[in-house]
Design a binder for this molecule. Sequence first.
Ligand code: ATP
Length: 557
Amino acid sequence: MASLLLNVLVFAGSGYMMLVYDSVLPSRSIPTLVGLFVMLVLIYVFQAVFEAIRAEALLGVANGVHDDLFGAVHYATVARPLRAGPDKGDGLQFARDLDAVHTFLAGAGPVALIDLPWVVMFLVVLAALHWWLGLTALAGVMVMAVLALLSNRRTQTASRELAMITGQRSAATLSEIRFAESAFAMGMQDRLVARTSGWESQFIAAQSALARTVSRLGGASRTFRMLLQSIILTVGALLVIDDKASGGVILASSVLSGRALAPVDSAIANWKGLVAARSGWSRIVQAITTFRRPPERQVTLDRPRGELALRDLWIAPPGTQRFTVQGVSLSLQPGQALAVIGPSAAGKTTLVRGILGIWKPQRGEVRLDGATPDQWDAEALGSAFGYVPQTVDLIDGTVGQNIARFDPAATSDGVMAAARAASLHEAILALPDGYDTQVSAGGSELSAGQRQRVGLARALYGNPHLLILDEANSNLDAVGDAALNRAVMDMRQRGGIVIMITHRPATLGPISHVAVMQNGRLVDFGERDAVMQRTLPANETTAAPPAAGHLAKEAAR
Ligand SMILES: Nc1ncnc2c1ncn2[C@@H]1O[C@H](COP(=O)(O)OP(=O)(O)OP(=O)(O)O)[C@@H](O)[C@H]1O
């Protein structure tokens, strides 16, 4: 509606010109001129108000679309690598696509598109002034439409190329940032700059190609619009000479034709944003349908407290076809603690990722309390799990927030209970700002051992039923080891289940069961002492898992 009004108001300028030229000048009437001028000023004030209203409404639409999509896009961004394996780029493409959609919707692009149909109205008015004028303008619009189509084709290819290279360039830079310490220590910086500059030149080339396309076609359309205005003026002049139109018509038609072509011109100028938004939109739609949050469960299961059973689990890392866990079956009762041992690359981490649902098993199933994980609400189930990964990843925030898993409803008692369960309370009090000490994702505010113990406290937050420790003792000192053993014993005493991947014997004390893995298979499973007895002679006579043999010897001491 606002758009219709704005386009109708545009006639005011050319109407005023025509009236001044054809009525005021012949009659030499100052009052008529003043009256017309006042009306014109009022119309322009209206126009300014309506334009502001329309811009605000479009911004509202842009923000609304962004807010509606953000959750799903962010979920897809985070879930994608877990389902489909590593991205070629930096993994932020969907977020950039959402930005492109928002930038386009909040910019001048939609106005140009909304105004596009009014071109027909201007053509009709021009034809009403004289059909020759209408015909000339129509021919001009058709030439500009061809330019727009050309723009579309060229820009689309260049824009897709640019999106891909942008992702790869930032992935390369991010990996260098992560690698900065080692690069500095081993004098690799120059080599890394040379490596990344390859991406940089590809990025610049792609960006230049896009800029060139946009500026060439934009320039051509702008020049043609100006030429067309002069052509229409010429046609008007010929009509006046032929006595087929008044002098005012020439001026009005020239202004009108400029106005009629302006939306086409502006659409071409905004084409780059439109194309980026459109290809971003199709990527977003595909991403949020492929990687979408599981639907909410109608019936909420109780928090798990019973048996964990693995039945014939086969797992291949996302994006690969190779099973790194093959046919693993075992079950654990509440109060039991399992150590998973075996050489490097035996599939231990893959197994716990499968149990936690980080990677989906291709075959077989995990059952907790008799139910498969997808029968629970994902967040509710996650709150019953504690996980300390090999490398403890903290998020920007305070130590307290990290321990509380950024739970907005966390209480101080809950946070301190988790810290105490990890025997970390006193150590946190000794930090510069206690529980409020800031830590960062990549920062080194804490030592590796401290980070690992904050990771343990986070895993113990909320008394999980299942605690999984993936070499959670690799950086621990004797005090840390003792704290870990105590935490495992506490878990067992309160009926929890613990699974611990370990290469270190010091942590086998509180363990009840041992599983030995080799080449993705479970080669032994049972009570700790029995398995260690079997593993020890096997290691001495055959090529049994070195880690298992090593552990058995140490444990037997
Ligand atoms: N993200 C991944 N993508 C592809 N392959 C992977 C991925 N993670 C692990 N693998 C492969 O799976 C196999 C098992 O790895 P896994 O990390 O499960 O072993 P592990 O027993 O935990 O080893 P370690 O004791 O060294 O941590 C390895 O051959 C590894 O190359």
